[in-house]
Ligand binder design. Structure first.
Ligand code: BT5
Length: 257
């Protein structure tokens, strides 16, 4: 894509209250979450957005690899939130991604518990929230977002689960810059309304494709099978087992059946 990504092109006229008032752009980093952690350690301004043209060691949950060749989006936001809103950050991030993709491309998105945004059932975005909490104090929280924009079938075929990109789904070139700017605006908007069990939670719950489906959830060494009944305001998934028991799952990987 011919977009020129830079701190200036991303932040120009954004008009956001907090997120995106400071943007740092790097053509290549190991991981924007890693850069964000270093910046947070130095006390960078809250709402700082770190964007990279390419990641050489992008990561997912549980030390998994996240592929970010050039032409895709890797972005992290530094926040210093209250502990009680931490579980809402993943919800806000997936909603902001959905809103931005829908605004720029008109494509419909789905949110899959806990951290994926899908198009036509394929993963187009992964989100990794990492935080440093000591006792009751959150030293920082980093929201890391990776969106496949230009990734072609060659790159995505190496991924374990069905994956896609905005270009593949839209059948035309999508601008990374447009998506990043809409994403930052959506994050800023949602962050200003965030509260446990509030509107961000309700919209997130309503958009989850996972609910009312038969699921298989792997959480550490445990596997739960049943119907995904609901989610709690803290983000956990409630799965009704075949024996009628209700299992509350805080983190895991879901296969829709
Ligand atoms: C995630 O983990 O989906 C979170 C990904 C977060 C990436 C962002 S990019 C900006 C920031 N900086 C970072 O270093 N990370 C964040 P998880 O649910 O564990 O999924 C990881 C799995 O997704 C991998 O094991 C692969 O199977 C698959 N995968 C890897 N790259 C992919 C891609 N580009 N598109 C779709 N799936 C991918």
């Amino acid at each position: 894509m011919s977009d020129t990504l830079s701190a200036e092109s991303i932040s120009r006229g954004l008009g956001t209250r907090m997120i995106g008032r400071n943007v740092l752009y790097y053509s290549r980093v190991t991981s924007t979450n890693e850069t964000a952690k270093q910046e947070a350690g130095r006390g960078v301004r809250e709402g700082t957005v770190i964007v990279a043209g390419e990641q050489t060691a992008g990561r997912g949950r549980l030390k998994r690899t996240w592929l970010t060749p050039a032409g895709n989006i890797a972005l992290s936001v530094v926040l210093y939130p209250k502990k009680r809103v931490l579980p809402s950050l993943i919800m806000m991030a997936s909603l902001a991604v959905s809103h931005s993709i829908e605004t720029v491309t008109g494509l419909e998105t789905q949110i899959k518990w806990p951290n994926d945004v899908l198009i036509n059932g394929r993963k187009v975005c992964g989100i990794l929230v990492e935080s440093d909490v000591r006792d009751e104090k959150v030293n920082y929280a980093i929201i890391g977002i990776g969106i496949n924009v230009n990734a072609g079938k060659d790159v995505l075929s190496g991924v374990q689960f069905a994956a896609t990109s905005l270009n593949l789904e839209a059948g035309k070139e999508v601008s990374c810059l447009d998506v990043i700017r809409e994403l930052v605006k959506a994050l800023d908007n949602l962050y200003s309304t965030i509260s446990p069990g509030g509107p961000v939670f309700s919209e997130w719950r309503n958009r989850l494709v996972t609910l009312r489906k038969k699921v298989r959830v792997t959480s550490g060494r445990e596997v739960f099978e049943g119907i995904a009944e609901s989610v709690d305001a803290d983000g956990s998934l409630l799965v009704r087992g075949t024996d009628g028991s209700l299992n509350r799952i805080i983190a895991g990987d879901v296969t829709l059946r």
